[in-house]
Design a binder for this molecule. Structure first.
Ligand SMILES: Cc1cc2nc3c(=O)[nH]c(=O)nc-3n(C[C@H](O)[C@H](O)[C@H](O)COP(=O)(O)OP(=O)(O)OC[C@H]3O[C@@H](n4cnc5c(N)ncnc54)[C@H](O)[C@@H]3O)c2cc1C
Length: 469
């Protein structure tokens, strides 16, 4: 199919104009001045050409667009922050509900909750809640969308302390496939609320989220770096430390290449190193003492951990990963990190194919593990680690090399895994991968899908097929 064919479905002008007249937000078509910019996704590897981009600004816009796509039998994608690796926030030849302009954040400092409109990013939420000395668990990069990250689970610095993002989700407001609007929470549409806590955008368009907040303001965190030669000792130390550490401390492990940036000593520029990125959220006056055994293990070659405002920690990697880079990632959960798995990590970690390519191991024990595996759709509650292997580079000429590295690395480690990966960190890898990600929760998700979206209108996602009701 040519590029032109991919975006030119035979849409009756009058029908499109009628949709445009019902929207308060902008309706963008191929050929419009803003089309090329509006269709761009975070992952520069993905090039999709939708037939219509509806920049919904309120719930009425979303209802109109869902109803339109359903009536016209057009494929429909939902775009939150646009950060999906496989570009699931857009669709060739179909309609995109683009929530980029659906903003609005209301903090209730007494109830310690925040209501967040469907198109916000985590940086925007952190900015709003930090004014009150409060935060909710999210991820590690502030430009990521609240929508996609939350609906897939949400793994971040506070996972050991307060659980996944979904463990702090109190309710959602959604537009369903039939255009109706519902609230889902512990008391209303409880089955739907169970499903959206991990089940992604399969069940409708979430127009607002309500989160629990926690007293998080200045934390003690940031990266520490050690030479590659210490990888084995460091991984063993980190594994044992993080599995038994108090829940107010988190540190994720990474293989990295030190960027040639003035923040890092020049001697280390472009060296492959091991890093642990910390976040301690307990009493600050105890921080130095809490980090003493870590620094005593072996003094880091670069030690950038210290007191830092929560929004600053959340955005520390933003500059390294701007929009438009080529991304390819593979993911798995692990119940344990065996000595032989560590040996494999060292082998592939030493082969990072490009400067921005990386491998992260996120701890998800502690508070995240206290939620039962059937209590939300996110099923790997017995896993202690989430692995993501990421090939990243500005130059598409390096894609083949970095994709091969990520696949080989993942294939070598997969036999040691719990059998599935995090839906938010896999590519478009087919039904078997989605089923593996949900494990025994898939059957219940398919039943709920059949109830709320029987025709699978919302299928541009890690798709759960409607099952038998
Ligand atoms: C640089 C970077 C850093 C990341 N860091 C983390 C991290 O620390 N922790 C973590 O858990 N994940 C992380 N992720 C993964 C991230 O959670 C996923 O990429 C997620 O899908 C991004 O959400 P989005 O809204 O930005 O993406 P989009 O591409 O807009 O959407 C992704 C999926 O979610 C659906 N969706 C989005 N918004 C809505 C909504 N309002 N209603 C219904 N469906 C919706 C879309 O339809 C699509 O299927 C990171 C990703 C990147 C690129």
């Amino acid at each position: 199919m040519t590029q032109k064919e991919r975006s030119t479905v035979s849409l009756d002008d009058a029908v499109v104009q009628e949709l445009g007249s019902r929207l308060r937000g902008e309706l963008i078509r191929p050929g419009d001045a803003g089309y090329e910019a509006a269709r761009k996704l975070y992952n520069g590897m993905i090039d999709k050409r939708p037939a219509l981009i509806a920049r919904c600004v309120d719930v009425a816009d979303v209802i109109a667009t869902v109803t339109f796509a359903s009536a016209q039998q057009l494929p429909l994608a939902i775009r939150g922050g646009g950060h999906s690796g496989p570009g699931l926030g857009s669709v060739d030849g179909g309609v995109v509900i683009d929530l980029v302009h659906m903003k609005g954040i209301h903090v209730d400092p007494v109830a310690r909750t925040v209501r967040v409109a469907g198109g916000c990013t985590w940086g925007e939420v952190d900015h709003a809640t930090h004014a009150f000395g409060l935060a909710t668990p999210s991820g590690f990069v502030s430009s990521t969308g609240v929508g996609g990250l939350t609906l897939g689970g949400g793994i971040g610095y506070l996972a050991r302390t307060y659980g996944l993002t979904i463990d702090n989700l109190l309710g959602v407001e959604m537009v369903l496939a039939d255009g109706s609007v519902v609230s889902a929470n512990a008391d209303e549409h409880a089955d739907l609320f169970w499903a959206v806590r991990g089940g992604g955008g399969n069940f409708g368009v979430v127009t607002s989220f309500l989160f629990q907040l926690h007293p998080i303001s200045i934390v003690y965190g940031g990266p520490m770096f050690w030479p590659m030669e210490q990888a084995s000792d460091l991984l063993h130390f980190w594994r044992d430390f993080i599995l038994s550490a108090p829940e107010d401390i988190n540190g994720w492990f990474a293989f990295v290449t030190v960027p040639p940036a003035p923040t890092f000593p020049e001697a280390f520029h472009l060296q492959k190193m091991c890093a642990i990125v910390w976040c301690y959220s307990g009493p600050l006056e105890q921080a130095e003492e809490r980090f003493r055994p870590i620094r005593a293990f072996s003094p880091p070659a670069i030690d950038a951990a210290g007191p830092i405002p929560w929004p600053a920690l959340q955005s520390i990697f933003d500059g390294l990963f701007p929009s438009g880079l080529q991304w390819y990632w593979k993911a798995d959960f692990f119940r344990e990190l065996s000595d032989s798995a560590i040996d494999l990590h060292i082998k592939y970690g030493a082969q990072l194919p490009t400067m921005q390519s990386t491998m992260h191991l996120y701890p998800i024990n502690g508070a995240a593990q206290r939620v039962g595996k059937n209590e939300t759709a996110f099923s790997f509650r017995d896993a202690s680690f989430a692995e993501v292997i990421v090939g990243v580079d500005p130059d598409p000429a390096n894609n083949e090399r970095m994709i091969a590295w990520a696949r080989d690395y993942w294939t070598a480690l997969h036999p040691h895994s719990a059998g599935g990966g995090y839906v938010n960190m896999i590519m478009d890898e087919g039904e078997a991968m989605v089923k593996a990600a949900y494990g025994e929760n898939y059957a219940r998700l398919a039943q709920i899908k059949a109830r709320y979206d029987p025709t699978n209108l919302f299928h541009i996602n890690q798709n759960i097929k409607p099952g038998v009701r």
